[in-house]
Write a protein that binds this ligand. Sequence first.
Ligand code: PHE
Ligand code: NA
Length: 472
Amino acid sequence: MTRETWATRVGFILAAVGSAVGLGNIWRFPWVTAENGGSAFFAMYLGIVFLVGVPGLLAMFVVGRRAKRNPVGALQRLSGSDRWGLAGGFLVLSSLVLISFYSVVGGWILRYLGESLLGVVTGRTPYFANPGASFSAASVGVDAVAFHLVFLALTAFVVVAGIRRGIEVATKWMMPAIFALLVGLAAWASTQSGAAEAYAFYLRFDTSVIRENFFGLLGPAAGQALFTLSLGVGTMITYASYLDEDRSLPFDGASVAVLNTVVGVLAGLVVFPLLFSLGIEPGETGTGAGALFVGLAGAFAQLPAGALVATAFFAVVALAALSSAISILEISVSFLVDEYDLPRRRAAAAVGGLVAVTGSVCALNAGVFGFVAGTLVDILLTIGLAVCLVFVGWVMGRDALVEFRKGAGPVGRAVATPWLFAVGVLLPTFLVFTLLTTFNVDAEIGFWPTVAAAVAVAAAAFAGLRGERSLV
Ligand code: PHE
Ligand code: NA
């Protein structure tokens, strides 16, 4: 069976943007930004997106297009070693952890969308707008399991149809729809009373936040940057494995990062004016889920035409979540298809069945959910990306340069060598450092010892690789 490829030039970019744009932009980004002091944090996050995220994204593209395999097969074939296949297995496992909680949140969104729609049609007040309706009561339990299963089924439905007829077709209309709806919502939000205050909050560039708490912000900023660009679980390797040779990888990578950032900023332009209009301080509505599900959803109901606006808003979130979930499910499906010759339908059924169970555990237990959605995913993504970067820099080496330059313009070709240096040395060191600050190591032992520890871990990893095929 010949391996499918994207049918059109924009097909790959839109699918990759569809993966990147997700709950991370609309649900996580505004509240993480607000919680960490607004625009100064945003600047830091943006720096990491372009200095770490884009080179990282390109590393994933290089692996995928070179190998034309799922993450396990890709790392195994390119290195000729089963040990690297195991590293690919780590990515696939991480993707299953990720989809388990992601699909639960996707389910809540479907429920909120349905409630809003019913509100428009019947005039009934959505349940989440009732005074006293609390997020946790609505989010954990049998209802959450049911909606999780619906969301998962929708995701699998698209994946089963394959690359061209499923993922490409779906994302080609989903992405413009998300964009158009968000622009409309932002325009509407600009007419709300809190708009001026919200823009001031966005633009108030308070660098003291960064100076006072640089290392406290590093973990959240890096975590958000990796999560939002879908790095660290092998999604981008998988999508790039369906690429033809003639695409410019640097161009595609930069496009994905820019479009993803635009959607994040647009989401902020919708969310913040609403919150300020209702006198809710961003960051005050609690962390994570709470900010969107209680603060914002409750807020909609108080507005004139609230149900209509809520419908548009949750439609955006649902489409964004679905296109991301598709990209996460595709990882393990492509693994089963490539390595075990399963038909797509059976592969999707196998993975879907497993995630139906693991997701339900998240849906039924708030503790498990919080741990998975918070700490665990940040850590898995950071480790996964670091491992891939080391692979590209030290195992692929020159092959990576060749692949990077293929189809690239003059600018892309010129940055190839510095890119490989960043990927092999700077970025993994940065990621290890971030991981250490996440575990609060810096608070215990101080800044320079943490830097030294990061360099030591990175050096040990490099030393361990010296026997591998090709060094830079
Ligand atoms: N980028 C997605 C978001 O922002 C999440 C995601 C992470 C998707 C990793 C795929 C892989 O919501
Ligand atoms: Na994103």
